[in-house]
Design a protein around this ligand. Structure first.
Ligand SMILES: Nc1ncnc2c1ncn2[C@@H]1O[C@H](COP(=O)(O)OP(=O)(O)OP(=O)(O)O)[C@@H](O)[C@H]1O
Ligand SMILES: [Mg+2]
Length: 265
């Protein structure tokens, strides 16, 4: 069964075709990576899937339902959430509070009722807090629960963004360059966390330039260049695909296996 299906999805910005007639499917199980040179259209693709941008044409199906053109909060409410290439946290809130905000997307009474302090809301608030602490433990940030988000290292902020996304209990999570700016040890830990997310039944679709992470973490890879899908397969297959090698050599970047992204570091 496919979690996500893209059918001929295109997005134009004026004369620029950022995503060009893209079709692929993401199965329920495992981790799928989207790779490609800078400006290939990867983040635009995520914005189309998560409802932040409407496609110019084409269809997007999530668990069989057409979500094309739905607003981001509608898409999130159905169980599809994203993280951002550049971290977007509530810097003045604590680590724990940031995760709780993500969780309120999922609870019945929501944030307003939590503020109203009815008995039901108080009970729900305790559950939200317990689940948020579980998620912080999962990403290794439990000891930072009461630290303001602004007091975390960059790597920790990326992990917090992930915990916040998972708090919505998504069936599909889109991670935009989760390893950008992380050191080797941090990205190895991240790889294990991503595998475990997939093992718990949440489908993972990630954009990543860190090829060690992609090779170690992804079950499948979709390669894009100039908005078009140029290859698809296992990490081992795409790594030796002539079209993929040509795309990376043709850009100002090194081949995918060797490339180490430094832009956000
Ligand atoms: N809102 C926008 N308005 C106009 N052009 C845009 C917009 N967003 C992206 N683009 C252009 O679309 C193309 C694809 O950009 P996108 O950010 O999707 O690439 P990317 O593959 O995520 O790149 P990177 O690896 O650098 O993050 C680029 O040429 C970019 O300049
Ligand atoms: Mg991008």
């Amino acid at each position: 069964m496919n979690r996500l299906v893209l059918q001929n999805v295109t997005r134009r910005f004026g004369g620029l075709v950022a995503v060009d007639d893209m079709s692929f499917s993401v199965p329920e199980a495992g981790v799928t990576a989207v790779i490609g040179p800078n400006g290939a259209g990867k983040t635009t693709l995520f914005s189309l899937i998560s409802g932040f941008l409407p496609p110019s044409s084409g269809r997007i199906l999530f668990d069989g339902a057409d979500i094309t053109g739905l607003a981001p909060e509608k898409v999130a409410g159905r169980g599809l959430v994203r993280t951002f290439q550049l971290v977007k946290l509530f810097e003045d809130l604590t680590t724990l509070e940031n995760v709780k905000v993500g969780r309120h997307l999922h609870t019945r009474s929501g944030l307003l009722a939590a503020l109203a302090r009815t008995p039901a809301a108080r009970r729900e608030e305790r559950e939200v807090e317990a689940r948020a602490l579980e998620l912080l433990t999962f990403v290794g940030l439990k000891l930072k629960a009461d630290t303001p988000a602004s007091g975390l290292s960059y790597g920790q902020q990326r992990l917090l963004e992930m915990a916040r996304a998972l708090a919505a209990e998504p069936r599909l999570v889109l991670l935009d360059e989760p390893a950008a700016g992380l050191n080797g040890e941090e990205s190895a830990a991240l790889s294990r966390i991503i595998r475990r997310i997939a093992e718990t039944g949440t489908t993972v679709l990630l954009i990543e330039h860190d090829m060690t992470l992609v090779m170690n973490t992804a079950d499948r890879v979709v390669v894009v260049d100039f908005g078009r899908k140029i290859a698809e397969g296992t990490p081992g297959e795409v790594r030796v695909d002539p079209a993929v090698i040509a795309a990376y050599l043709g850009s100002a970047e090194t081949a995918p296996i060797a490339r180490k992204d430094a832009r956000h570091g």
